[in-house]
Design a protein around this ligand. Structure first.
Ligand SMILES: NC(=O)C1=CN([C@@H]2O[C@H](COP(=O)(O)OP(=O)(O)OC[C@H]3O[C@@H](n4cnc5c(N)ncnc54)[C@H](OP(=O)(O)O)[C@@H]3O)[C@@H](O)[C@H]2O)[C@@H](O)CC1
Ligand SMILES: Nc1ncnc2c1ncn2[C@@H]1O[C@H](COP(=O)(O)OP(=O)(O)O)[C@@H](O)[C@H]1O
Ligand SMILES: [K+]
Length: 523
C-alpha cells in the first residue's frame, strides 16, 4: 500500500487536474463522500444517539482551507441523506480558499445550520465531531487561537463523550514527519485521502490519529507520481507477494550456507540468537564464527543445527558462503575495526552488517542540518566512506553514530534520512525504530506497520539479523530479504503477543518464525 507525504499530496493536487483532467473540485467531492462513507461504516447515522437526546447531530468543525472544504462537502452529502448535521467555522472566512468559498456557498444555499465557532456553545447534542480545521496545509506551530479551539473540543469531548474524527490528518500533525504541534488532540478516527499519510504511521503521530480509514480520490493518482521516490507499507499483502514456495527438490545445498560472525568475552548470547534465527528462517547450513576463547562455551549452548568455528582462521571461514552477517556481540575493543575491515576486504558476497560491526565503521557520512531543515534533498547527505553493497541494520543509536547526527534530528526526519543514506551509499538500510523502515538504493522506502512493544527486549535485533541472513542464503535478494525479514520478525512477535500474555523472548520470536512463513504460504 502506498504512503503519501504532504509534498506528494500537493503534487497530486497539482498534477491530477493537469495530467488526468480530473479537477481538484472533483477530488474534493470524492474526499467529502469518503468521509460520509467512513462515518456510515461506523454508525447508523439515521439513529444517532448520544444517550442524552434524540436531537443529536454530526458536528463539522471547519477551518477555511480545503481541509475545511472537505468537511463542507461531507456535510452537504449527509444533509441530502437526511442525517442531522451542523457546521461551525473556525478562522477568517474572508481569507478562505476558493474551493472553501464555493462549498460554503452551496451549504448556505441548502440551508445548512452554520455558525461561527464563537457563536456555537451548546455541545450537548453532538454525537460525532469531525475536525477539518486544517490538514496538510499546516505551517509552523499551531496559533494560540487554534490551540484554544482544540482545547475546547477536548473539554467538550470529555464532558459529552462524543467520538472525534479528523479529516485527512489531525490539525497540528505534520503529515510527512509525524511530529505534532503543541495542542494537537488524540482522535478516534482519521479519514485520509488517496493513501495513508506518512505522518499517521510515524510516532508521535501514530499515537494521535486513531484508526485510519483511507478514502479514494476517484482518479488514479499513482499515474502522476512519475519518478518521485515512493514510500510503501510493509504488511501481509506485500510479504505474501515476496515469499516463495520451496521447490520439492530443495536440499540443504540449495537453501544456502550462511555464516554469522560475532561474539566476544562478554557477549555470547547475541551471536547465538542470530545464528539460531538463521536456522529457524530456513537457511540450509548455518555456521557461527566466534573468537576461539569463547568457542567451547558457545558450542555448549547453541542448538546442534549450527556449526561453530573460530574467527582466528577467518579467510578459510569465509569460503563457500552465500551470505555473511557480522556484528552481534562482536564487542568494541580496539582490534575490532581492523577485524571488520579485513572481513570486508576478503569477502565479496552478500553481507549483513549489524550492531558492533556498524560501530566499528564509525562515521560514514555527514548531514547538512540546514539543508535537512529546508528540505533541500540533494544536499542533505554526503558520503565520507564508501560501503560495500550490503544490508545494514542499525537502531537509532547506531545510525546516529554512522551519520554523526543526534537521535532527536533523526526522529524528526526519519524517512528522509533513511532514504538519502540508502541512495547515496547504495545499500539496503534497515533502520530499526518504532516503526522500522527499510530504505533501498533506488529511493523506495518501506515502513513497517506491525510489531508490538513486547519487542523492546535485548536480543530482538540479533534475531532480525539472523532472519535477514537466513533469507539471503536461500536466494532472496538483499532488498526482499530485508523487507520480508522485518515482516516475519514482527509478525512472529505479534502472534506471541496475542497468545502469550506477557514476556515472550527473542528466542520465542525465533522459534515461532516457521508459523509466520506457513501463514504467508497459506499452509
Ligand atoms: N490531493 C489531496 O490529497 C487532496 C486534498 N484535499 C484536502 O485539502 C487539504 C489541504 O488543503 P489546503 O492546502 O487548503 O490546506 P489546509 O489543510 O486546509 O490548511 C490551511 C488552513 O490551515 C490554517 N493554518 C495553517 N497553519 C496553521 C497554524 N500553524 N495554525 C493555525 N492555522 C493554520 C490556514 O490558515 P491561514 O494561514 O490561511 O490563516 C488555513 O485556514 C488536505 O488536507 C485535504 O483535506 C482534498 O480536498 C482533495 C484532494
Ligand atoms: N515498541 C516496539 N514496537 C515495535 N517494534 C519494536 C519495539 N521495540 C523494539 N522493536 C523492534 O525490536 C528490534 C530491536 O532491535 P535492537 O535494538 O537492535 O535490539 P538488540 O540490540 O537488543 O538486539 C527492532 O527490530 C525494533 O524495531
Ligand atoms: K484535520
Amino acid at each position: 500500500m502506498n504512503i503519501l507525504t504532504t509534498e506528494d499530496a500537493r503534487f497530486i493536487d497539482r498534477e491530477v487536474p493537469k495530467q488526468l483532467g480530473v479537477s481538484l473540485e472533483i477530488l474534493m467531492e470524492n474526499a467529502g463522500r469518503g468521509i460520509v462513507d467512513a462515518l456510515w461504516g461506523q454508525y447508523d447515522l439515521f439513529s444517532l444517539d448520544n444517550a442524552r437526546s434524540i436531537n443529536s447531530f454530526v458536528l463539522f468543525i471547519c477551518g477555511t482551507g480545503n481541509n475545511g472544504a472537505d468537511g463542507l462537502v461531507a456535510a452537504r452529502h449527509l444533509m441530502e441523506q437526511g442525517v442531522p448535521v451542523q457546521i461551525v467555522l473556525v478562522g477568517d472566512t474572508s481569507k478562505c480558499s476558493d474551493l472553501f468559498a464555493l462549498q460554503l456557498e452551496r451549504c448556505e444555499a441548502m440551508g445548512c445550520i452554520i455558525d461561527m465557532y464563537d457563536e456555537f456553545n451548546d455541545w450537548s447534542n453532538v454525537a460525532v465531531a469531525v475536525e477539518g480545521i486544517m490538514g496538510t496545509g499546516l505551517t509552523g506551530k499551531l496559533r494560540d487561537l487554534t490551540v484554544d479551539v482544540l482545547h475546547d473540543i477536548d473539554t467538550m469531548r470529555s464532558q459529552y463523550n462524543f467520538d472525534l474524527w479528523a479529516i485527512d490528518v489531525p490539525a497540528g500533525l505534520d503529515a510527512t514527519t509525524g511530529q505534532i504541534a503543541e495542542g494537537t488532540l488524540a482522535y478516534d478516527y482519521t479519514v485520509t485521502f488517496g493513501a495513508i499519510k506518512q505522518g499517521l504511521l510515524l510516532y508521535p503521530g501514530k499515537a494521535v490519529g486513531g484508526i485510519a480509514v483511507v478514502a479514494p480520490l476517484g482518479a488514479p493518482w499513482q499515474k502522476v507520481l512519475g519518478d518521485r521516490d515512493i514510500t510503501v507499507t510493509i504488511d501481509s499483502n506485500l510479504a505474501e507477494k515476496l515469499i516463495n514456495y520451496r521447490i520439492p527438490m530443495a536440499h540443504k545445498g540449495v537453501n544456502g550456507n550462511a555464516l554469522i560472525i560475532g561474539g566476544s568475552n562478554d557477549m555470547i548470547g547475541a551471536p547465538i540468537l542470530a545464528a539460531e534465527a538463521a536456522v529457524h528462517s530456513g537457511a540450509g547450513k548455518v555456521t557461527l564464527g566466534v573468537p576461539e576463547v569463547i568457542k567451547p562455551v558457545v558450542q555448549g549452548r547453541i542448538i546442534p543445527e549450527v556449526m561453530v568455528t573460530s574467527t582466528e582462521a577467518h579467510k578459510a571461514m569465509l569460503e563457500g558462503r552465500q551470505v555473511v552477517a557480522m556484528g552481534p556481540g562482536l564487542g568494541r575493543t580496539s582490534d575490532i575495526p581492523d577485524f571488520v575491515d579485513s572481513i570486508l576486504d576478503s569477502y565479496e558476497g552478500p553481507l549483513v552488517l549489524d550492531a558492533d560491526a556498524l560501530y566499528a565503521l564509525g562515521h560514514v557520512g555527514s548531514v547538512d542540518k540546514d539543508a535537512l531543515r529546508d528540505g533541500e534533498i540533494e544536499s542533505i547527505y554526503a558520503v565520507e566512506r564508501d560501503l560495500p553493497y550490503c544490508v545494514m541494520t542499525p537502531h537509532l543509536g547506531e545510525f546516529s553514530r554512522l551519520i554523526d547526527l543526534p537521535i532527536k534530528w533523526i526522529e524528526r526526519h526519519y524517512i528522509t534520512l533513511a532514504r538519502e543514506f540508502a541512495k547515496k551509499h547504495q545499500v539496503v538500510l534497515v533502520l530499526k525504530g518504532i516503526p522500522s523502515v527499510v530504505a533501498l538504493p533506488d529511493g523506495t522506502v518501506y515502513v513497517n506497520t506491525i510489531g508490538n512493544a513486547g519487542m523492546g527486549s535485548g536480543g530482538m535485533g540479533d534475531v532480525l539479523t539472523g532472519v535477514i541472513a537466513g533469507f539471503i542464503s536461500q536466494g532472496y535478494s538483499l532488498q526482499d530479504s530485508a523487507v520480508l525479514g522485518v515482516y516475519v520478525h514482527s509478525r512472529s512477535a505479534d502472534i506471541l503477543n496475542d497468545t502469550k500474555a506477557w514476556g515472550y523472548t527473542p528466542s520465542d520470536v525465533s522459534t515461532s518464525l516457521g508459523c509466520v512463513i506457513s501463514e504467508l504460504l497459506g499452509e
